[in-house]
Design a binder for this molecule. Structure first.
Ligand SMILES: [Zn+2]
Length: 208
């Protein structure tokens, strides 16, 4: 096995928190796209969008053992647990497990200040086997300054869901056509996990 160790910095989520919507999830994945589509199970996603949603990376393990550092504020911890539960219900290709030992975790949630513009970041430890580069471990840092520290919040949940998307190999989406169609939109998270997100993960983890 050829192994190249490197640590990369995933694109961060840039957020104007004032734009958070507490209203229900917006699904706007309807497209009249006549372009080629990629069959993903019983639904389909336009190939050009699928390509935008993938980074070329995927998690080496299809089980994410998630450790939440105890110094995360209690509200953020609740957001993370909710996000993990949402992803669990969204895919059967990846399993999610919250663990109590950081040494067996491949995804670790930390806390701290990042910058004025960035509210969360995912750092990836990756290596290559054959033609595929895998994410061996991810460290997700959420800046609690932007979220409710004492109780669960919609914004915190969506940010945790977005960063977990990075940990599985999803890209930041800058294409405004996809703005309300994916949790991976790089700015204001006006939507939760969508059909496009479920399709992208299903596609990514069914290819060998
Ligand atoms: Zn991002």
């Amino acid at each position: 096995m050829k192994k190249i160790k490197l640590v990369t910095l995933a694109a961060a989520l840039l957020i104007s928190v004032s734009t958070f919507s507490s209203v229900g999830t917006v699904f706007a994945a309807s497209t009249n796209n006549k372009n080629q589509t990629t069959k993903v199970g019983k639904s389909s996603i336009p190939t050009k969008y699928l390509n935008e949603m993938l980074t070329g990376l995927k998690s080496r393990s299809t089980t994410l053992n998630i450790f939440i550092e105890p110094n995360n504020p209690i509200g953020i911890q609740q957001d993370i647990k909710w996000a993990v539960n949402d992803w669990s219900k969204s895919t059967d290709k990846v399993k999610f497990k919250i663990v109590n030992d950081r040494n067996i975790a491949n995804v670790r949630f930390t806390t701290g200040q990042i910058s004025q513009l960035r509210v969360a970041m995912t750092f990836k430890d990756q290596s290559t086997t054959g033609n595929q580069t895998y994410i061996d471990r991810a460290t997700i840092k959420i800046d609690p300054a932007n979220f409710d520290k004492t109780k669960i919040s919609n914004g915190g949940i969506r940010v945790a869901e977005h960063e977990l998307g990075h940990a599985m190999g999803l890209a930041d989406i800058h294409d405004t056509n996809l703005k309300y169609s994916t949790i991976m939109w790089y700015l204001d998270p006006n939507t939760g996990i969508t059909q496009y997100d479920r399709d992208a993960i299903r596609y990514l983890y069914q290819i060998k």
